[in-house]
Design a protein around this ligand. Structure first.
Ligand SMILES: Cc1ncc(COP(=O)(O)O)c(C=O)c1O
Length: 457
């Protein structure tokens, strides 16, 4: 319950937050504490009684919206039956049902599901699977992993080694060997022209081919990429990109991992982003939307041929996993979440309301400091620029995108700063109403206007 600014309970919480809680990616010095108290649907309230549209669904997570009693009920029922049992060589009922459900939703022969507790762990697991896959088939030298400029895959050491945003990796060197950065999100041409695909056709995937040729197909075993770059600035790939990458990787016996931690389970308007973007991955990583974040949950999906490479003698066994993989409560939450998405046709809703959302946000391109608005379904990025013609970014000290975000906060809309500080991402719960979308667009429009005035545009 909201307590109000002067409430002693709120003040104590704020003191304890600043004094004891060490949150991720947060500079504590000078932080103005905002403490979330409760939430309903697409709206979240802080302890001071302020109300915000959760236009980033917590962290692109709460896809079915806040306050879903069906998920609490499923967790409670499972808690009363069997709160915890591991799945090392045995199993529990919800983990089996969840794996079967995810396998049924995935297309083709993506039939095998390894459960984790989050996105970074899924990526860690998929990369290890890919390395052991090659080893099990007698190609142990194929250990190199290609990743892309502006990629984000989490914060484990593997994910940090595959990190395409330099500020998230520089401080942790030396990173793991064998991770090869592709010099552009999709292709060099897009990066030079800052068009990220609009103008780019046949050259898109050349960068992958060139690097495999340079390092040698005997050494390169994996291509890891978000199906659509998210944290790097929400950049949908050109339609030619994934089909071409798939073809090149197949020709070189390189496994494709599509990171679907954001795009999995509906956000782009299809169950999986790779279906829309023409990819046929060997391994897929999930998290966030799998449980809508009600409990920590992630997964790796594997095609038959990958799984089969692990069958046989004991030395073929995948030697990786953690105590809480297949946790019964998290699995029960995941199942209840997927049931809601299916029953309420939320994937279809994402496509339909997504079109309205993208159209509304596109109007913001009328602003001189908005260089681009792009996205798919219910996920969009806004890129802020100093010069619209050249797409030159503001120097970091100006902090234009941060200023717009702060103005939007003050007006009751939560968006997220990312893309190296030059972009906003907007990824609301799938149940957001059209009226709430209108409010998000109006508030961003006003907030951008305020910052433009301040900057003298
Ligand atoms: C594409 C992608 N992969 C992996 C991760 C890491 O997920 P987690 O924070 O659950 O470890 C994220 C987080 O935002 C992500 O966007």
């Amino acid at each position: 319950m909201a307590q109000g600014f002067d409430d002693p309970g709120t003040q104590q919480l704020q003191q304890d937050f600043l004094g004891h809680l060490w949150p991720p990616f947060t500079q504590m010095q000078g932080l103005k504490p905002i403490i979330m108290d409760r939430a309903e649907g697409a709206v979240v309230y802080d302890t001071e009684g302020n109300e915000y549209i959760d236009a980033f669904a917590s962290l692109w997570t709460v896809n079915v919206g806040h306050g879903r009693t069906e998920i609490y009920d499923a967790i409670k029922a499972q808690m009363e039956k069997l709160a915890i049992y591991h799945i090392f060589q045995i199993a529990n009922e919800p983990s089996i049902k969840l794996a079967a459900k995810v396998a049924a939703l995935m297309p083709g022969d993506l039939d095998h599901v390894f459960l984790t507790l989050g996105g970074g762990e899924s990526v860690e697991t998929a990369v290890k699977m890919a390395r052991q896959y090659h080893r099990n088939r007698g190609h142990g030298t194929k250990y190199m992993v290609l990743f892309r400029d502006r990629s984000y895959h989490g914060t484990t050491m593997t994910a940090t080694s595959a990190q395409g945003l330099s500020m998230n990796r520089q401080k942790f060197e030396p990173l793991l060997p064998g991770f090869i950065k592709l010099g552009a999100p999709y292709c060099y041409r897009c990066a030079w022209h800052k068009t990220y695909g609009e103008d780019c056709k046949m050259e898109c995937a050349k960068v992958v081919e060139e690097e495999i040729a340079f390092y040698g197909a005997d050494n390169v075993g994996t291509m890891l990429g978000e199906t659509m770059i998210g944290t790097g600035g929400v950049i949908p790939p050109p339609p030619e990109y994934w089909p071409m990458v798939n073809e090149i990787c197949k020709a070189n016996d390189v496994l494709v991992i599509n990171d679907e931690v954001i795009t999995g389970f509906g956000r782009t308007g299809t169950w999986f982003g790779f279906q829309q973007l023409g990819s046929n991955p060997d391994l897929v990583t999930f998290a966030k939307g799998l449980s809508s974040g009600y409990l920590p949950l992630g997964a790796v999906g594997a095609r038959d041929h990958v799984y089969e490479a692990f069958l046989g003698g004991g030395d073929k066994t995948f030697m990786s996993g953690a105590t809480y993989n297949g946790h019964p409560l998290c699995s029960a939450a995941g199942l209840a979440n997927l049931e809601i998405i299916e029953r309420e046709h939320l994937v279809e809703r994402c496509a339909e309301v997504g079109a309205y959302f993208q159209e509304g946000l596109k109007t913001l391109t009328a602003h001189p400091i908005v260089g681009d608005v792009r996205g798919m379904g219910l996920v969009a990025g806004i890129e802020y620029v100093k010069d619209k013609a050249t797409r030159e970014w503001f120097p970091p000290a100006v902090g234009a995108a941060m200023k717009v975000r702060d103005e939007a906060f003050r007006r009751g809309v939560f968006v997220r700063l990312l893309g190296g500080g030059h972009c906003h991402a907007i990824a609301p719960p799938f149940i957001i109403s059209k009226e709430q979308i209108d409010t998000v667009v109006r508030v961003l429009d006003e907030s951008i206007g305020v910052v433009e005035n301040e900057l003298g545009y």
